[in-house]
Ligand binder design. Structure first.
Ligand SMILES: NC(=O)c1ccc[n+]([C@@H]2O[C@H](COP(=O)([O-])OP(=O)(O)OC[C@H]3O[C@@H](n4cnc5c(N)ncnc54)[C@H](O)[C@@H]3O)[C@@H](O)[C@H]2O)c1
Length: 466
């Protein structure tokens, strides 16, 4: 028997998006057909994770009825890569009108997410968007208003919550192992391969990705909000651009055309990456999107050094930093509580006593292969007046620590199944709250003062998340 039913999908969407607070769209119940899905944004994330993987793994449950992208060449390549047979549209509005989808998946450049989200909701569709929900407070408010106005469901694809390692931290905190939490130290390190990749393309422009405070750190702030089960109230931050962009000793337009190939540490030969050539370089003529842009371009205006203090509504204080040119890729976090401390980290090379291949770490994280090696990652639990305990968590390196495939299953394989004890589903409020920390950090740097989250949108931070 087909495990999936449309009714259960919609039930799942409602549970995932807003803690089941939104009424289910009753007119769509019991149609006895596959879910009609459209995808907008046929870039690397769209056609792989939300494209080919969905089409291959959930063909019983859903069908793609339309694909859209402003680049007609990439759109055509995306359709072939996904191996689907559906119409393509450069005009997103026309796609909504003609295909009448149930679900719109948004995978475009961050700064345009709000356009497709709001149009999708207005057209009577549920919407599933990639992170970050959006890039500034005005767009966040517009999304909040649209969600309220149209009464449809909006899910934010926060995949990291679903990795076994992140979930184990949540479980320990929920169990009260260290008592009431008072402070957190959280450091994220992007290595010179992964970190540099953000400076090669649109992510390097504030207007496109809202800076890494939003584009990247939305993941981290969402984890923090979820782990602490509270909402951010105030942010003070410092940030600077000291390594990439104008700081480079020389510059060009793209690595391919550069005169400094030999002396540049960041030279990347895109011609050796056939997927990137087919997806991007072959279609540059349509929109001028250069995938191997120079990391030292003068136009880069985001920060590459970021540090913030976040005060939560429950009075926890978090110290956060993001480094974008680290020799290794990894992160570490420590939660301090009245009864002890939890320390967790991933991929700090000397701690593992192993030589991780830094160039391929990010590729492994992004890949969507189904068979994955299980690795064990430690979490250390210290209880005051007692010896420490090391908890080994069975984990995996593919698909964002295994979060990617679990997020998919939660939506499409086991929709409306048992309630998740860890509350990993993320809705619009979670999406907004994670983005607002980054927005507040930007405003704090600009204004040299702490920024209160409740001045940014009409959401009032709650000491305990709803
Ligand atoms: N959750 C994760 O771990 C994760 C990982 C990678 C990317 N992402 C997110 O996925 C999204 C896409 O990232 P990507 O790396 O695939 O980017 P990309 O640049 O490869 O693709 C973006 C696509 O959107 C298209 N586009 C831009 N504006 C558009 C518009 N107004 N209408 C229609 N199409 C438009 C572009 O032509 C391009 O094909 C981003 O929001 C990114 O933050 C999330």
């Amino acid at each position: 028997m087909d495990k999936f039913s449309r009714r259960s999908f919609l039930h799942a969407v409602a549970l995932l998006s807003a803690g089941a607070a939104i009424p289910l769209p009753s007119q769509a119940f019991g149609l006895g057909r596959k879910l009609r899905v459209v995808l907008v944004g046929t870039g690397v994330r769209g056609i792989s994770f939300w494209g080919r993987r969905l089409a291959e793994q959930y063909s019983e449950q859903l069908e793609f009825v339309g694909l859209s992208d402003i680049n007609p060449g990439r759109l055509q390549f995306g359709k072939e890569y996904m191996k689907v047979d559906c119409p393509t549209f450069v005009d997103f509005d026309a796609m909504l009108r003609k295909t009448k989808p149930d679900l719109v998946i948004v995978c475009t450049t961050d700064s345009s997410h709000h356009e497709q989200i709001i149009k999708g909701l207005a057209a009577g569709c549920d919407v599933l968007t990639e992170k970050p929900l959006t890039t500034d407070e005005t767009k966040a408010q517009a999304i909040l208003d649209a969600e309220r106005k149209y009464g449809k469901n909006l899910i934010v694809g926060f995949n990291y919550r679903w990795s076994p390692y992140a979930t184990k931290i949540k479980e320990l905190l929920m169990a009260g192992e260290i008592g009431e939490i008072t402070s957190v130290d959280f450091n994220w390190y992007l290595n010179i391969h992964h970190g540099a990749s953000y400076f090669r393309r649109w992510h390097g422009l504030m207007e496109k990705g809202g800076s890494l405070w939003v584009h990247k750190a939305t993941h981290h702030f969402d984890l923090l909000n979820w782990w602490l089960d509270s909402e951010p109230a105030e942010v003070f931050a410092y940030g600077a651009l000291e390594h990439y962009g104008k700081n480079g000793p020389f510059r060009g337009t793209s690595c391919r055309s550069c005169a400094h190939k030999k002396e540049c540490d960041y030279y990347w030969d895109i011609t050796r990456d056939s997927h990137a050539m087919n997806l991007y370089v072959a279609h540059e003529g349509h929109d001028g999107y250069i995938r191997d842009g120079c990391v030292y371009r003068n136009e880069i205006d985001i920060y590459d050094k970021m540090s913030a203090q976040i005060r939560y509504a429950n009075n926890v204080v978090a110290n956060y930093s993001l480094t974008t040119y680290s020799p290794f890729e990894g992160w570490r976090i420590a939660f301090n509580g009245h009864k002890g401390r939890i320390e967790a980290w991933l991929d700090i090379p000397w701690m593992k006593n192993e030589n991780l291949d830094q160039a391929s770490l990010h590729a492994a994280e992004m890949q969507q292969a189904e068979s994955t090696d299980v690795i064990h990652e430690p979490i250390v639990l210290y209880k005051n007046w007692q010896d420490y305990k090391i908890i080994q968590v069975a984990s995996e390196r593919a698909g964002h620590g295994g979060g990617d495939r679990r997020l998919h299953d939660s939506i499409f394989a086991n929709p409306g199944g048992e309630e998740d004890p860890f509350g990993r589903a993320a809705g619009v409020r979670d999406g907004v709250m994670s983005v607002l920390v980054g927005v507040a950090a930007r405003r704090s740097i600009e204004q040299g003062k702490a920024i209160k989250i409740d001045t940014l949108t009409d959401l009032k931070p709650m000491a305990k998340r709803a």
